[in-house]
Write a protein that binds this ligand. Structure first.
Ligand SMILES: [Zn+2]
Length: 166
């Protein structure tokens, strides 16, 4: 059985009670978190319950065009008032340069490709978080009233550390 088939079985069981039925689309704690897809960082890591926050994930926890789109929808349409950006230790995007990644994937796939234009590989977490903060702080559609804060998550200790944008 594939994992997807296992998920479908589990969903059949979940749907019998559908405990999250009462939640609304608006995050109860008015928070949006942009972070990496890494499995070691979860709602539990942040003390969040289902329904508390938007969790927007991509490889690296990068402020891409699409992440900005989600954050703008999160604020303007669904009422979030605080944004949290989290990058973490031992991220897959820290193990190679942009060019290495492209070459490696191109060699395996056997062909070049136009997209993605960037993988957003990085070496320094603090610096990378600062870049993401700068992208949001300078965006004309992200109001100054929205608190935007950046963090470093240590996968081995489980701790978050704040990174300031200056
Ligand atoms: Zn990662």
């Amino acid at each position: 059985m594939s994992v997807i088939d296992e998920v479908l079985e589990a969903n059949e069981i979940y749907a019998r009670t559908h405990e999250l039925r009462a939640l609304t689309p608006r995050p109860q704690r008015k928070l949006a978190v942009l972070t990496c897809m890494d499995t070691r960082l979860s709602k539990r890591t942040l003390g969040l319950q289902d329904g508390d926050a938007h969790i927007i994930r991509n490889a690296g926890g990068i402020v891409t065009d699409d992440a900005v789109r989600s954050l703008i929808v999160s604020h303007y349409l669904l009422g979030t008032e605080e944004f949290m950006i989290i990058n973490h230790t031992d991220c897959g995007l820290m193990h190679a340069t942009e060019q290495d990644l492209r070459t490696r994937i191109q060699n395996r796939a056997g062909t070049a490709a136009v997209a993605p234009a960037f993988f957003y590989a990085f070496q320094n977490i603090d610096e990378n978080v600062r870049h993401q903060l700068q992208k949001l702080h300078s965006h004309p559609w992200i109001p100054k009233e929205v608190a935007v804060r950046g963090f470093f998550y240590d996968d081995s200790s489980g701790h978050l550390r704040e990174i300031k944008d200056f």
